[in-house]
Design a binder for this molecule. Structure first.
Ligand code: ATP
Ligand code: MG
Length: 393
């Protein structure tokens, strides 16, 4: 039996005249996500996207799994394609296709949608006829129109007739690439991969920036970041990761700045460097995994000092979230287990015993200027390491 995947697109519907271009990006993203599985034809009509497998033996379970991670889709259903667009074909296809599901259920109902008005039976007639056939073939079943265990959907559309059960929930959001570009400051922790995921969900295409301070931080720590980004790119698509050699800068902070300002000055330099990388990559915002009050560098005062180091908009999608809420998302996107692997981050190198929770910008800037980081910042920018990240590597 031929199968197809029907997708319902989400907020795209709200975008008026831009709808076409949103849908084009979404289709491109779907095609990319499915490309390792074989060839598909992807078309759209009547606010539905049709994903039709063209190659033989395509793993449709895997295809659905991948589709569940594409932003811009509210719901999707794996459906049988009736051989002909006739009532007879519907009556034959539905019980055969859904045999297993119907056998194990107790109650059901049929819901028919006829968007091709030339089809000679109206929706209530289709429901009645198919309901009758199902009851005959599965005598243990009962009809329950209010709270059925299984709903059998029949869709009569312009290009064919389709049968499916309840749709699965899609990833929601808007298609990656329709919201511009931003640079995510990614550590090996729990928070920043979640922040990356959340902004990709709002349509942002990501570039990643990671600060490494060998030998204080190890190769393994960097590999962990690559692994995290691969997980994120299952949702966010391909991205480029820039690794910034940060050792000399951190050593200079330690040698030449007041201890209680180590962290805040480090964070300001991270912003400054990230902004430059962002500009070179057409990004118009920075993203961090900061959450208000989580640590000393994430108080209102500290965040204000950090922000002042860049002219770019800084997105902090986790700002109002509790740690547990962030962890729940990291489980969902499968980054948690990797995030808790015990490798050091540059943030834990030279941490002050008593960081300032209420830094005064004027003094922070003075201390930073007195130390003078410009030459080291330039040197770091000239020695970036580039890694290309893809979910299927
Ligand atoms: P995370 O779990 O994301 O590491 P955190 O709660 O440990 O966050 P911090 O270590 O203070 O908090 O870092 C705050 C944010 O700064 C991170 O979410 C991330 O966006 C950025 N950041 C921290 N360390 C690095 C790094 N080595 N490279 C790039 N960005 C970093
Ligand atoms: Mg961290």
């Amino acid at each position: 039996m031929k199968e197809i995947i029907l997708l319902k697109d989400g907020e795209i519907v709200l975008k008026g005249l831009n709808r076409r271009s949103f849908e084009d990006v979404l289709k491109k993203n779907i095609k990319f996500a499915l490309s390792p599985l074989g060839r598909f034809e992807i078309t759209s009509a009547q606010s539905t996207i049709y994903v039709k497998p063209l190659s033989e033996n395509i793993d449709l379970d895997e295809a659905c799994e991948r589709i569940s991670r594409v932003f811009g889709i509210v719901a999707y259903s794996r459906a049988a394609v009736c051989e002909e667009k006739t009532l007879e074909s519907v009556l034959q296809t539905a019980p055969a296709y859904l045999e297993k599901t119907l056998k194990s259920a107790k109650t059901f109902k049929v819901e028919a949608k006829r968007s091709d008005k030339r089809f000679p039976y109206k929706s209530p007639e289709i429901c009645r006829e198919l309901g009758g056939v199902i009851l005959e073939k599965f005598p243990h079943l009962m009809v329950d129109v209010h709270n059925p265990e299984v709903t059998v959907y029949v869709e009569i559309r312009d290009f064919g007739a389709y049968i499916h059960c309840d749709p699965e929930k899609g990833a929601g959001g808007i298609p990656v690439g329709t919201g511009g570009r931003a640079a995510i400051l990614i550590s090996g922790g729990i928070d920043s991969p979640v922040a990356a995921y959340m902004m990709a969900k709002r349509g942002i295409k990501l570039t990643a920036v990671h600060f490494a301070s060998p030998p204080y931080t190890s190769r393994r720590a960097e590999e962990k970041v690559v692994k995290l980004l691969q997980k994120v790119s299952r949702y966010a698509g391909r991205m480029t990761m820039y690794t910034v050699p940060f050792t000399k800068i951190q050593e200079k902070i330690k040698d030449d700045c007041p201890e209680e300002l180590f962290t805040i000055i480090m964070r300001r330099l991270m912003m400054e460097i990230s902004e430059k990388i962002a500009l070179d990559n057409d990004c118009s915002a920075l993203i961090t995994g900061e959450s208000l009050g989580q640590v000393a560098s994430q108080t209102i005062g500290a965040l204000g000092c950090t922000d002042e180091a860049t002219d770019m908009v800084v997105f902090r999608p986790l700002i109002g979230m509790d740690k547990q809420e962030i962890i729940d998302i990291s489980y969902k996107i499968d980054t948690y287990e990797t995030s808790i692997e015990p490798y050091e981050d540059c943030c834990t190198v030279f941490t002050p015993k008593h960081p300032r929770t209420r830094p005064v910008l004027k003094y922070v800037k003075e201390a930073q200027e007195k130390a003078g980081f410009a030459p080291l910042v330039d040197e770091a920018l000239q020695n970036l390491k580039i890694t290309y990240i893809s979910a299927d590597d």
